[in-house]
Design a protein around this ligand. Structure first.
Ligand SMILES: NC(=O)c1ccc[n+]([C@@H]2O[C@H](COP(=O)([O-])OP(=O)(O)OC[C@H]3O[C@@H](n4cnc5c(N)ncnc54)[C@H](OP(=O)(O)O)[C@@H]3O)[C@@H](O)[C@H]2O)c1
Length: 286
């Protein structure tokens, strides 16, 4: 029985035949500094993952490159492979000791990575496997074809893409059913507005990464604070509630390693913004 006081009350969306609540959890931040290596306290990191699930999160986002390998391993250790939690992971980025993120969409590499992700996540099937970022050195179609093959082979339930343009999304959809797109999107950064519109029309899940802009919401701070005060909420909660209102396909995954921040973010699912508030935030954002 959960001792948490907050319950995720966001409504639901279907991915790969599973129904998930639209407000998820981003597990990039449970690793060491700069997303390299293990966190200082691994048990606390595992506890945050368990807490998220206890609070009703059933969509957890991770990637092989977070750590690398650390975020997936900690999730596997914390919760194993529960039927009622969809774990979305990604492949297609390498890390180095300088912390750089290097696109690598080579089919053999992706085929190797899926095996390591299955092992760390303690599962036989990846619930949602996302191509992390297009790689200029590998034809996009070759990378996407590999994800399609992994789905055909039963190693992957659903396929997603990340950091794609509208044109690349169209090309990916010609090869395989794309169930989600994960692009940067928040009140301050609407570069993916066109991709969001395509997802909206096609019923494809849109996972906005950095939904609270890495905790930098100052650009629209006054507007957010004014609305937050009316609801006795925080500017981060208003920013998340706005995302949930913005589209029925929006699946925000705020990232944290802090139990209090996790609860505070999930409380955004209980915040009901008025039509006028949504309009003002959307006008500021679009
Ligand atoms: N596809 C991609 O290329 C890509 C790229 C980046 C991220 N992602 C995914 O998107 C997820 C979210 O992105 P993100 O983590 O970069 O950005 P974010 O969720 O917008 O912000 C996370 C930052 O805000 C802080 N924070 C979170 N909740 C807070 C709260 N209630 N109060 C105060 N500070 C708070 C976190 O620090 P604390 O830990 O101290 O709370 C962290 O520094 C990641 O976890 C990852 O799964 C995907």
């Amino acid at each position: 029985m959960s001792s948490n006081s907050i319950t995720n009350e966001s409504d639901t969306f279907e991915i790969g035949g599973s129904t998930v609540r639209r407000l998820g959890f981003g597990a990039m931040r449970i690793t060491g500094e700069d997303i390299i290596g293990a966190p200082e306290d691994e048990e606390s990191a595992r506890e945050v993952v368990r807490q998220a699930v206890d609070c009703g999160v059933d969509l957890i986002d991770t990637a092989d490159s977070y750590g690398p390998a650390v975020s997936e391993r900690l999730i596997g250790e914390a919760i194993g492979d529960p039927d009622d939690v969809l774990i979305a992971t990604k492949a297609g980025l390498l890390r180095n000791s300088e912390g750089e993120w290097l696109a690598h969409g080579d089919p053999d590499y992706i085929r190797n990575q899926v095996l390591t992700s299955l092992d760390r996540l303690r599962t036989d099937t990846i619930d949602l496997y996302q191509f992390h970022r297009p790689d200029d050195d590998t034809p996009f179609e070759d990378s996407v074809a590999t994800f399609a093959e992994l789905k055909d082979e039963g190693l992957v339930d659903a396929v997603g893409v990340s950091n794609v343009s509208a044109e690349l999304l169209d090309r990916a959809r010609e090869q395989v059913e794309i169930e989600t797109v994960q692009n940067r999107y928040n009140l301050n950064d609407r570069g993916s507005r066109e991709v969001l519109e395509i997802c909206d029309e096609a019923g494809i899940g849109f996972i906005p990464w950095a939904p609270i802009d890495g905790d930098d919401l100052a650009e629209h701070g006054d507007l957010l604070d004014g609305i937050a005060e009316t609801h006795d909420a925080t500017r981060r909660q208003v920013a998340l509630a706005w995302l949930l209102e913005r589209s029925a396909v929006m699946l925000p995954i705020p990232g944290t390693s802090d139990p209090a921040h996790l609860e505070s973010n999930l409380a955004a699912s209980q915040l009901s913004l008025g039509d006028d508030e949504v309009r003002r935030l959307t006008a500021a954002a679009d």
